[in-house]
Design a protein around this ligand. Structure first.
Ligand SMILES: Cc1ncc(COP(=O)(O)O)c(C=O)c1O
Length: 347
């Protein structure tokens, strides 16, 4: 594996061999299109196994679409989404949620990417004021964009808060497997009380497939049309469904996520006392965020592909994936330490 792709993003990992095998199996002969095939039925069954008999599953091509369609399906344009400042829907979807759903995003200051009822409460006001958008959904990411994890009890507390304030609870689960592996629970426990989940897959070993999962009955009445109008109904639906079943119909989701999480923890531990380096968020999933001198960052970037996450503070993000190895993480950690020493000596 090229060093330049090791630590940059879990999107740079390949597809897992078990996913390749599932796609080869699904590639046998002709089959019904647009979700009418047996692979689609199998994935629906797999989703009910994780999330209960009322859950319904709708594969889509990517995570932005899963988030945008979750919002668009449940909200009217004068209704707003509360989310953490820095959430993927805010900064990394090119305004697609606002453009496509018409709903405004209301940003809430988070603690290491996480929201709590007391943080969200301050953003709930002006209910019934026709001059103001009306909060109607809370969207949280688990694991978060800062690599932290909401425990099931924290999600349940937010779900209770949402019920009290007539909000839908959406979970951006692009990395829900990493969150569940970190919490040591099943996937169902991680979304207890939520209404809709963007179920990830691409970052955890697929070629590319995600799904909108409605967790409560009655929410998906028009979603077949909404997904098609949103350009996310795959004609060869079997290939999305087969990928997702390869991950969630076995324990591959957990194995892959555990591995990525373990590697991030290993990296954080190796750098804990590195001179001039500070880890900025608790390392609870597969990401490590750190501040270090910019000269060291520039030096390291020549050998390791990673980006500066926050161009103002210089904070960097290192992300581990299912295909990383201990040896590679150790080599990276060693290089970080040597580089830090070199730049400290120069000053
Ligand atoms: C928190 C989060 N949500 C959603 C996504 C999905 O993005 P994409 O539309 O690139 O699949 C990502 C990918 O980076 C993410 O980090």
């Amino acid at each position: 594996m090229e060093a330049l792709h090791l630590i940059n993003s879990d999107n740079q990992a390949p597809a897992h061999p078990e996913v390749v095998a599932a796609l080869l199996e699904a590639n046998a002969g002709s089959a019904p299109s647009y979700g009418a095939c047996r692979w689609s039925r199998a994935f629906e069954e797999c989703v009910r196994t994780h999330f209960g008999p009322q859950a319904s599953a709708w594969p889509v091509f990517n995570g932005t679409a899963a988030n945008v369609l979750s919002i668009a399906a449940l909200l009217r344009p004068h209704e707003a989404v509360l989310c953490a400042r820095g959430a993927h829907i805010e900064i990394d979807e090119c305004g697609a949620p606002e453009r496509y759903s018409g709903s405004k995003l209301i940003l809430v200051e988070s603690e290491h990417g996480k929201l709590s009822p007391s943080l969200v409460k301050r953003a709930i006001h002006s209910i019934g004021d026709i001059h103001r958008v009306q909060p109607r959904m809370l969207s949280i990411s688990n694991s978060t964009e800062c690599g932290t994890v909401y425990q099931p009890a924290e999600v349940q507390a937010l779900a209770q808060f949402c019920r009290e304030h007539a909000l839908y609870l959406h979970i951006d689960g692009a990395r829900i497997s990493n969150a569940a592996a970190s919490a040591g629970t099943g996937l169902g426990e991680m979304v207890d009380g939520a209404d809709v989940l963007s179920l990830g897959g691409t970052k955890n070993g697929l070629f590319g497939a995600e799904a909108v999962v409605f967790l409560k009955p009655g929410l998906d009445a028009a979603f077949g049309y909404q997904r098609k109008q949103g350009m996310q109904l795959a004609s060869k639906h079997r290939f999305l469904a087969a990928q997702l079943s390869a991950l969630y119909g076995t324990d591959l989701w957990r194995r892959n996520a555990q591995r990525a999480n373990q590697l991030a923890r290993r990296l954080a531990e190796a750098l804990l006392d590195a001179p001039g380096l500070r880890i900025t968020h608790p390392v609870e999933a597969n990401a490590v965020f750190a501040l270090l001198p910019s000269a060291a960052v520039q030096d390291l970037q020549q050998r390791w592909g990673f980006h500066v996450w926050d161009e103002f503070s210089g904070e960097v993000r290192w992300m581990c994936a299912w295909n990383g190895t201990e040896a590679m993480i150790d080599a990276f950690a060693q290089d970080v330490r040597t580089t830090l020493v070199r730049h400290t000596q120069h000053h």
